[in-house]
Each structure stands twice: as C-alpha cells, then as structure tokens.
Design a protein around this ligand. Structure first.
Ligand code: HEM
Length: 278
C-alpha cells in the first residue's frame, strides 16, 4: 500500500484524474508468473513476474496498470496465446526432437523471442522492472493524444542473481525480503511512458518500439506497508487491464478485451472458491 505522486511533466501527456491530484492512494500487487499462487520464487518458471498498480480514485472507483517483467508477449491475439499454451501442454520434454513447442516456436518468431528473452531472478521485487507491454492512448487537457507504453522502474535500480545463487534461495525469498525491506523504509518505483513515434505500430504487443523513443516520467509510487489483511485482499482483488478512466484509453491491441474478460472470470472464481485459474 502506498501513494502515487505525479511528475510535473505528466499533465502534458494525460488529463487522467490521478495526474491532476497531488497524490493518489495505490495498492500494488507483486506476483510470481501470471498470479500462479504457489510457485516458489526461485523456480525458473516463476518469471515473468507481475506488478499491478491500482490507483484508488474514489470509493469503488479505480484504474489499474497490469505489467509483467518481460517487455514482450508471445502472441498478438488471445487465440494465438491459446495456441502457444496448447503447444506447451502437448510437449513431451523427455521425448524426441523437435517436440510440439519446438515445432511451434520454429514457425512463430514472436513467441520464440519471448521464450528466449532473459528472465533473470531479481534480488528483490524492489529491484525488478515491469512492462505493461500493450500500448495505450493518452490524451491531455488540450485534447492532444499520444500513444505510449508503461514501464514501472525500480528507484533502487535493477539487481539480479545468477542461477546458482537463486537456487540457494528459499521458496519465499522475494516476499520475505519485501516484508523486511518495507519495514525499514518505502519501496519506490518510477512510472515511465515510452512514447510512440508517428507510424509506430500501436495495436500489436509482439512488436517492440526502438529503445531510442523518448520516455516521459509519469510519476512515482512509494509503498510504505503490506496490506493488513493481505491474504483476504489477494482473494478479493480483480484487476482490469483496460484503464476505463478519462485521459487514458486502451489501444486497438486485440489482447485487451479477452484479458479483461478472463481476469474477471478468474477473479470471480477465486472469490467463490478460494482457488485461482490461469
Ligand atoms: C490474451 C492474453 C492473456 C491471457 C489469456 C492472460 C491470462 C491471465 C490469467 C487467467 C491470469 C490470472 C488472473 C487471476 O487469477 O486473477 C493472468 C494474470 C496476470 N497477467 Fe495475464 N494474460 C494475458 C496477457 C497478459 C499480458 C500481455 C501481460 C503483460 C502485461 C499479462 C500480465 C499478467 C499479470 C501481471 C497477471 C497477475 C495479475 C494479478 O496480480 O492478479 N497478461 N493473466
């Protein structure tokens, strides 16, 4: 739990309510891979890790940024993502090559790039970067719109472990470290927007923009405490990748709608049964 404070340049990009206020309360959820609840923090499959920032704008009014620790996604559409998952499910990792996933990756370069992207173990959640991957359309008070992509960057800088150091860690090393760290002082992230240039593709999460695109600092999140009712909150929270707030819109990226639907479905099941899907 903590607060978001906008930067002085944020209003040039968006008229969103949390940019017009001096500070806004936030809830941040940090997670191992796609919210899978019991995966050990030091499991090689626990990445990409997740970071969701919920801005509390009013009672029962909020907007979220859902981000993960790899700046790409394996498929352009939900159908493509299901194909990727089905290839993984069909793979006999001990069987002959090329197996199902190797065959799939051979014909899908974006999925191959995602699988091959480095996913090192962070020393701390406070030292990891997160990316919302899809593009958003930001509109300022003058009605000027620009496309951009969120990055959530640690003020404490990135720091990673090598595989053998990670293997020696405890299964909860990241969550334990976070509790200890936040007891000593605030955990801070900068929210930065990578701005699109005229002509950049804004509706395809598998296409990255060149690294030299300008970056605007939207503001800083400062986290000061773990939620008092943390386990109950985790069962209750349902995040939404679509901002649904004036001044920030989802782009035409086809991942947005199916994600919003599936997160709602998964969250409702979790509220009822105390379990998760995904
Ligand atoms: C069509 C594509 C996608 C599908 C079908 C999908 C599916 C899911 C599902 C089922 C969950 C679990 C939700 C829950 O239990 O509440 C989840 C969580 C999550 N997804 Fe995705 N996802 C997709 C794309 C993405 C992308 C592009 C990102 C990158 C930003 C992403 C980041 C996350 C994160 C960070 C979580 C954990 C959220 C939390 O803390 O509750 N997902 N996803």
């Amino acid at each position: 739990m903590g607060t978001f404070t906008p930067s002085s340049e944020a209003a040039s990009l968006t008229r969103a309510p949390h940019i017009q206020r001096s500070s806004t309360p936030v809830t941040v959820r940090l997670s191992d891979f796609a919210g899978v609840p019991n995966i050990p923090d030091n499991d090689p499959n626990a990445s990409p890790r997740g970071c969701v920032i919920r801005f509390h704008l009013d009672e029962h009014v909020h907007t979220d940024i859902v981000a993960h620790s790899v700046d790409s996604f394996p498929a352009r559409t939900a159908e493509g993502f299901v194909e990727f998952l089905n290839a993984l499910i069909a793979t006999d990792f001990k069987g002959p090559h090329p197996n199902a996933i190797e065959q799939y990756l051979g014909g899908h370069p974006a999925a191959l790039a995602f699988v091959q992207a480095p996913k090192p173990f962070p020393t701390s959640f406070a030292k990891e970067s997160f990316f919302a991957v899809s593009a958003f359309k930001f509109t300022n008070a003058k009605g000027v719109s620009q496309f951009g992509r969120y990055r959530i960057l640690p003020v404490a800088d990135n720091e990673y472990l090598d595989d053998s150091a990670a293997a020696a860690k405890t299964p909860d090393y990241l969550f334990d470290e976070l509790k200890e760290r936040i007891g000593k002082g605030p955990v801070k992230f900068r929210i930065v927007i990578q701005l699109a240039k005229e002509g950049d593709i804004t509706d395809d999460a598998t296409v990255r923009w060149p690294e030299d695109r300008p970056q605007l600092t939207l503001g800083e999140v400062s986290l000061t405490a773990i939620a008092a009712d943390n386990p109950a909150e985790q069962q209750r929270l349902i995040f939404d990748p679509i901002p649904r707030v004036d001044g920030v819109e989802a782009s035409a990226d086809p991942l947005f709608e199916p994600r919003a639907n599936v997160y709602l479905l998964a969250g409702r099941r979790r509220r009822v049964s105390g379990t998760t899907v995904g």
